[in-house]
Write a protein that binds this ligand. Structure first.
Ligand code: NAP
Length: 509
């Protein structure tokens, strides 16, 4: 393929164990501009073939060297860069996300692949431990025991609509699983099947260049919810990485738990990401904080799991100035294209939940076109928020809710009432430290990441990142889906007791 050729025309097939195959029925993608294309609808037979091939591939890939896997990950990154222009073009058309955003997301995706290559070369993730034999110990001798992390087997991956690259076909879950030594079966997202196809082409090319078993990676396009259900229930699948909605994640999580052999389901779901505006900071920089919030809330049409949907601020003139600054800045943001018609409709439905609700005041309420979004802002008080569960549910889009409190005490009480979150933010000045110290122990029980004086929408891909949190932010609060620690989800510790070096795996000899 010519890396500089601009237009990519998808053929619409699934990639299963090295072959591009097609089923009896088709669905169409929904680009916001440009031509529509047909895609084969995935079937349970495709799931069966992909899982069988993944299991077969595990017997070589699961025992490959770290260097072989590192080179494979880097080759996927190279192959994606060779298709850079086409990936950007189809990703932009299918998602409506701006070209610059797609370019940035591609850099993040190839960066993640390269980061994992480095991480496994380093080897610390194997967490090797050794308790030497104590043959003379009384009353009983101690055997020689070594421990190492091993890959778990084939992994199923579900990407999200809002990150067609970084949380999709070759995204963080796929990179972490492949780095660990686990073959991957991706259930393609029906919102961006063409983008999924071209990225799968890049992975396919990398498999051929690295001479790996073709079952190491398969992509089954969606179009049929049975595919996802069959995939998570397939006996050869040993874990699931999922990024998406609470409803979808919970349905698939329940299926995993009901299997004869239950498996871990790592669901990264939605969140309202509350921000707590401390009194002294609000007094000194209300306008700046309000404008900053509006910028973060409307970035990418608000379609981020880390979107800061709630701001908690004291009643009074300083708090009013913050709210007014946010309202003015939001009012200046024009209509943005949403990822799909369905997501735009869900945003309208989410907004409708707030309209006319008791003790919830609209500060800015606007409707947009069928695939568009305009910012909306509402205000309520702590008592109403705590009594009305629906106000704490994620609205996927640029909708903000201000919760006014009477005091810092009430703010702390409100924080205790929040459900699990991906992030929680404190905006504070030095003079707020005493109050913030009371808030922090509450927030660290609620969120995977606590920020001070920033906005949560950017998620750094690094060693110290946790992108997860207590349910319903994720289904597994001990895990992260971003950063190098995410590899742990696809590893299992094995102890080797008195196993001679002659037969031990190379990494632990
Ligand atoms: P989604 O509708 O849940 O879709 C995610 C994937 O799950 C798709 O492949 C979808 O298939 C599949 N799916 C959903 N429900 C299913 C069911 N009942 N049975 C079988 N398969 C099912 O989520 P989305 O619209 O793509 O993403 C938006 C959501 O993701 C937001 O809530 C956002 O906050 C969240 N998100 C979370 C993170 C995070 O890291 N925590 C990151 C990004 C986004 P189809 O292709 O058929 O629809």
């Amino acid at each position: 393929m010519d890396g500089n050729a601009l237009h990519f025309t998808p053929h619409g097939k699934h990639l299963i164990a090295g072959d591009w195959v097609e089923g009896p029925s088709h669905f169409k993608n929904e680009p916001f501009e440009g031509p529509q294309h047909d895609f084969s609808v995935g079937t349970v037979d495709h799931v069966e073939a992909a899982c069988e091939a993944a299991e077969e591939a595990f017997w070589s890939y699961g025992y490959s060297t770290r260097e072989e896997r590192a080179v494979f990950l880097e080759t996927i990154a190279d192959e994606m860069e060779a298709r850079a222009e086409q990936i950007t073009e189809i990703g932009h058309r299918e998602s409506g996300l701006p070209v610059a955003r797609m370019q940035g997301e591609r850099g993040r995706t190839t960066g993640q692949l390269r980061l994992f290559a480095q991480h496994i070369r380093d080897g610390a993730y194997l967490d090797i431990r050794h308790d030497k034999a104590l043959p003379d110990r009384e009353p009983l001798p101690r055997p020689d025991i070594k421990l190492m992390q091993r890959p778990i087997g084939p992994v199923a991956v579900f990407g999200a609509s809002n990150f067609p690259l970084a949380f999709s076909t070759a995204g963080g879950d796929t990179a972490a699983a492949l780095a660990a030594g686990c073959p991957v079966v991706v259930k393609g997202h029906s919102a961006h099947p063409g983008t999924g196809e071209i990225v799968a082409e890049a992975i396919h090319a990398a498999i051929e260049r690295c001479k790996l078993h073709p079952g190491v990676f398969s992509l089954i396009q969606g179009g049929n919810r049975q595919v996802g259900s069959a995939l998570v229930q397939h006996p050869l699948i040993k874990a699931v990485g999922f990024t998406g909605s609470l409803a979808g994640g919970r349905a698939l999580f329940d299926l995993c738990a009901q299997r004869p052999e239950p498996i871990p389901f790592f669901g990264e779901l939605g969140s309202v990401n509350p921000m707590f505006m401390m009194p002294e900071a609000v007094k000194t920089r209300a306008a700046q904080m309000g404008a900053g919030w509006a910028g973060s809330l409307t970035m990418g049409a608000g379609q981020f799991c880390t979107n800061p949907g709630i701001a908690v601020v004291e009643k009074g003139a300083a708090g009013d100035a913050f709210v007014n600054a946010a309202r003015v800045a939001l009012d200046q943001v024009g209509e943005q294209v949403m990822l799909t018609d369905g997501i735009a409709k869900a945003y309208r439905d989410g907004k409708a939940r707030f309209d006319g609700r008791n003790a919830v005041r609209p500060l800015l309420a606007k409707d947009a076109g069928p695939r568009g979004a305009l910012p909306n802002l509402y205000e309520t008080d702590a008592e109403t928020y705590l009594q009305d569960h629906a106000l704490g549910e994620e609205v996927f889009g640029p909708l903000g809710l201000v919760v006014r409190v009477n005091s810092v005490d009430e703010m702390v009480g409100l924080a205790k009432g929040f459900e699990g979150q991906l992030t929680a933010t404190i905006h504070m000045d030095d003079e707020d430290a005493e109050d913030a110290r009371r808030l922090l122990p509450v927030l660290e029980r609620k969120a995977g990441r606590v920020l001070v004086n920033g906005f949560p929408t950017g998620v750094e891909v690094c060693d110290a990142m946790v992108h997860g949190g207590p349910y319903p932010a994720s289904t597994n609060f001990g895990a992260t889906s971003v950063g190098t620690m995410s590899i742990r989800r696809f590893l299992r510790p094995v102890s080797y007791q008195n196993v001679p070096a002659s037969i031990l795996p190379a990494d632990i000899k």
